[in-house]
Design a protein around this ligand. Structure first.
Ligand SMILES: Cc1cc2nc3c(=O)[nH]c(=O)nc-3n(C[C@H](O)[C@H](O)[C@H](O)COP(=O)(O)OP(=O)(O)OC[C@H]3O[C@@H](n4cnc5c(N)ncnc54)[C@H](O)[C@@H]3O)c2cc1C
Length: 192
């Protein structure tokens, strides 16, 4: 089965808006952050039903929840949660998670993107690829993995310290490049 957006390779904004109104983006989050107070089982049921019609819509929801909002909920500060979660659980905004690089996919340890503190602010240099929900008109945040230091192991080898940093998309220097022309998941938003 295919849908209009799958055929047109366009992002299903009106579907995302409706899913937001139904509370689907807030399913596994507490009500205090605009969530439904449910769990991942409920999310899995929703994804299964959406996936029967259009896999792109299902992955848009799954990535929006698990890659976009969940890192903020699990590991963010109270201030970050209060700022980001209400807009993400309502699908007023979308967030992505940028781990993959040309030499870092399965092997996150290959990460080359680096970040250092300058006058109390993180300066990040690097490129990410295949990042879901990173370039829509409503994307406001991408959480990025970056090397922020290194440690020496007991055996003398070096282990990278990889941190996750929230990067609002209006940060100077942030660019989402042209969307990929994929062979599937045509209505899902994926950028370098
Ligand atoms: C449509 C789409 C959306 C994506 N969205 C995101 C996103 O939102 N955020 C993000 O960070 N990334 C995203 N990715 C990237 C995805 O997570 C990576 O493609 C994935 O992690 C694999 O990494 P890779 O492409 O570098 O392949 P590789 O890691 O190079 O793997 C290539 C092949 O080698 C195999 N392999 C790798 N290591 C081993 C090993 N040690 N032993 C045996 N086999 C191995 C793998 O199973 C695979 O078959 C997306 C990719 C696609 C296609």
């Amino acid at each position: 089965m295919s849908t209009k957006h799958d055929e047109e390779h366009s992002f299903p904004y009106e579907v995302v808006k409706q899913m937001g109104e139904m509370g689907l983006f807030g399913l596994p989050f507490p009500e205090e952050f605009g969530g439904m107070g449910g769990d991942y089982f409920a999310l899995a049921l929703a994804l299964e039903q959406l996936g029967r019609v259009d896999q792109s819509v299902a992955i848009t929801l799954e990535a929006g929840v698990s890659l976009g909002a969940m890192p903020v909920y699990r590991f963010g500060t109270q201030e970050q949660k209060e700022h980001w979660l209400p807009q993400l659980t309502s699908a007023e905004a979308l967030a992505g998670f940028g781990l993959t690089e040309p030499e870092a996919g399965s092997d996150a340890g290959g990460t080359k993107t680096n970040a250092h503190l300058e006058d109390g602010r993180w300066v990040i240099n690097g490129n990410k690829e295949f990042i879901t929900n990173s370039g829509t008109d409503i994307t406001r945040l991408v959480t990025v993995t970056a090397v922020t230091g290194q440690h020496e192991r007991k055996d003398g080898s070096i282990k990278k310290e990889i941190s996750t940093i929230l990067v609002p998309t209006d940060t100077p220097g942030f660019t989402a490049e042209k969307a990929y022309n994929k062979v599937g998941w045509n209505a899902s938003d994926t950028h370098r």
